[in-house]
Design a protein around this ligand. Structure first.
Ligand code: XIL
Length: 484
């Protein structure tokens, strides 16, 4: 029995969520409901036996019903075992952790890759700083998200990595998963940003970026280089100059930065996010007030893309040039502003190859598949690619069975939209894959649990795939509703 997504309207939490800095808008409809029937019994040394039963109704387009029963036991915070029985008729053994562990083992009876089921398990109290009460665990046979994405005509399924930075590269379990067939692309979460690459005027430092590339290269991953011009993570010599910037002096600094980085990294970058987050949420689609806009005006975006275009041409590079932003994942004034930017650059003969849809979503507020698909198509119709560049779906912690089920659907809908528009959506990148290293808890207090994996025992222990992983895999392997 195929499972494309999970949701019961009756289970939906009345989602009180913090006002988002990235992503999230009220009013997005969830026009799909799913039948979920599962009975779960979990026991844990520190947790009472739990039973969850959920049912709901189903609308047709992307979901079918399923039922699962499972039992889970945890013997300690660093080891666990899981067993599950699924209603699926075919079964295969699947490891709940792709990276393996000497301290834990997990197996589940599940369907083949075209089928999947979800079990719930209780995580340890030391699991993560998000401290979920319930975890829906993926049980689909892991063919690899990147493998599935490529089979769907995408260039990759990828992930951000904060290297060097969070220590994730030193976590052997994180590293094993990073190097698995789940990921065919990597984005440096921070280390190529302005403050790191040009800490002093005209003094470029590639030390950290080279560490990132050393870690990634040789693993058959493409790299989305991120980013050249943004309002955040700037060096103080830009934000607090000794001599007040003029249009001419700041434009010169902008051009030097863009040109130097593009030329230095060359075709090691599949693409560059040339300008990041130029548009405001309030009023939506206006230019964001920042040092660049306030000094140069809207022309700074054009100047950055012109400098990038010139550098690509001068060095005869294949690098794709992207505009990247959040809250442009659905049609609205901010998306229209980005579309107008694409048109403007093209009219000027300036290179722009794609638009990055960050997709920092909130459980229950994620735009539905149709909304995301229509928005992607609008960009594609302008002659540019799109990519989902920073996908995560956060929730108020602790997670509940309802919010986790909704998270599966939100992940599913986002990836399914990319599949549905065909090759114009080149790939999907998650903003890290492991809650342990996610930026969410530090940025959005009270929220977390937004990634595809968690480590029940914390850093340096086995990773467990969440049900959201199955949602992504199902979206990648499901038949597209249309193709470009
Ligand atoms: C975030 C990083 O993940 C954090 O570690 C850092 O503290 C702030 O930036 N949009 C972007 C990314 O384009 O660069 C941001 O990354 C997340 C929002």
């Amino acid at each position: 029995m195929s499972v494309r997504a999970l949701l019961t309207t009756g289970l939906l939490a009345a989602g009180a969520v913090a006002s988002p800095q990235w992503g999230g808008n009220n009013g997005w409809g969830n026009d799909k409901t799913v039948t979920v029937t599962k009975t779960v019994t979990s026991s844990h040394v520190s947790t009472a036996t739990k039973t969850v039963t959920a049912t709901g109704s189903c609308k047709p387009s992307s979901v079918t019903s399923f039922s699962t029963s499972s039992s889970t036991s945890h013997s300690s915070s660093s080891s666990h075992s899981t067993s599950a029985t699924s209603s699926a008729t075919s079964s295969a053994t699947s490891s709940a952790s792709k990276s393996g562990s000497s301290s834990g083992s997990s197996s589940a009876s599940s369907a083949s890759s075209s089928s999947s089921s979800v079990v719930a398990t209780t995580t340890t109290s030391s699991a993560t700083n998000t401290n979920p009460t319930t975890t829906l665990v993926a049980t689909a046979t892991a063919t690899g998200l990147d493998t599935a994405a490529k089979a769907a005509g995408k260039l990759w399924f990828g992930t951000a990595a904060d290297i060097p930075g969070t220590g994730e590269a030193q976590d052997p379990y994180w590293s094993a998963e990073f190097n698995s067939s789940d990921f065919g692309e990597a984005t440096p979460a921070n280390i190529m940003k302005y403050m790191f690459t040009e800490p002093e005027p005209g003094v470029f430092d590639y030390t950290g970026a080279e560490q990132f590339l050393d870690f990634v290269e040789g693993t058959d991953k493409l790299v989305r280089c991120h980013n050249l011009i943004w309002q955040s993570e700037l060096p103080t010599w830009i934000t607090s100059p000794n001599v007040t910037w003029t249009n001419a002096t700041l434009s010169a600094a902008l051009r030097r930065h863009v040109t130097t980085l593009i030329e230095h990294f060359g075709d090691r970058c599949y693409s560059w996010d040339v300008v990041n987050e130029a548009f405001s949420d309030s009023p939506a689609g206006a230019y964001q007030s920042n040092i660049w806009y306030n000094t140069i005006g809207a022309a700074y975006v054009v100047e950055a893309f012109q400098a990038a275009t010139d550098a690509v041409k001068a060095s005869n590079l294949n690098v794709k040039l992207y505009y990247n932003d959040y809250n442009i994942e659905y049609l609205g004034n901010k998306s229209y502003a980005a579309q107008n930017l694409v048109k403007d650059l093209k009219n000027r003969g300036i290179q722009i190859d794609g638009v990055g849809l960050e997709s920092h979503f909130i459980v229950g507020e994620t735009p539905d598949k149709a909304s995301q698909q229509a928005n992607m198509q609008a960009f594609i119709d302008l002659g540019v690619d799109v990519a989902i560049t920073e996908l995560d779906v956060r929730l108020n912690v602790p997670a509940t069975a309802a919010t986790e089920a909704q998270q599966v659907l939100d992940y599913y809908n986002s990836v399914a939209a990319c599949v549905a528009v065909g090759k114009g959506c080149i790939g999907v990148t998650v903003w890290d894959f492991d809650d342990t290293y996610s930026w969410i808890p530090g940025t959005f207090p009270g929220q977390g649990y937004g990634d595809l994996f968690l480590q029940p025992g914390g850093a340096n222990t086995t990773l467990v795939r969440k049900a959201a992983y199955d949602g992504v895999l199902q979206a990648l392997t499901g038949a597209p509703e249309s193709s470009a």
